[in-house]
Ligand binder design. Structure first.
Ligand SMILES: [Zn+2]
Length: 99
């Protein structure tokens, strides 16, 4: 009876080790490209972008930009920076983690 209990406990311990992921930063959920494994290099691609830049004309006739406004009308894509795979499904996560 005692032997059986010990065996059960060992099995539980083993299962715990398997379930524990070897994360470098425990508690963080990093985006990893499922195609090439890249987890560092990403890019964002915006389609149909209108950039409006306001200028002030100076007395000597030169112009100085004062503000610019970017409006995105198309889709914003999120891609792997190494293999170029479309990772747009992770874009929301990316925005949440953007500081
Ligand atoms: Zn990739």
């Amino acid at each position: 009876m005692r032997e059986k209990n010990q065996l059960k406990r060992n099995r539980t311990a083993k299962r715990f080790i398997i379930a524990k992921k070897p994360l470098y930063y425990p508690g963080t959920n990093r985006i990893v490209c499922p195609y090439c494994g890249n987890d560092e290099d990403f890019f964002e691609l915006a389609e149909n972008v209108t950039i409006t830049t306001r200028y002030i004309q100076n007395e000597d006739g030169s112009f100085t930009p004062v503000a610019d406004d970017t409006q995105v009308f198309g889709e914003i894509k999120f891609n792997c920076g190494k293999c170029g795979a479309d990772l747009t499904k992770y874009h929301k996560h990316f925005l949440e983690m953007l500081f």
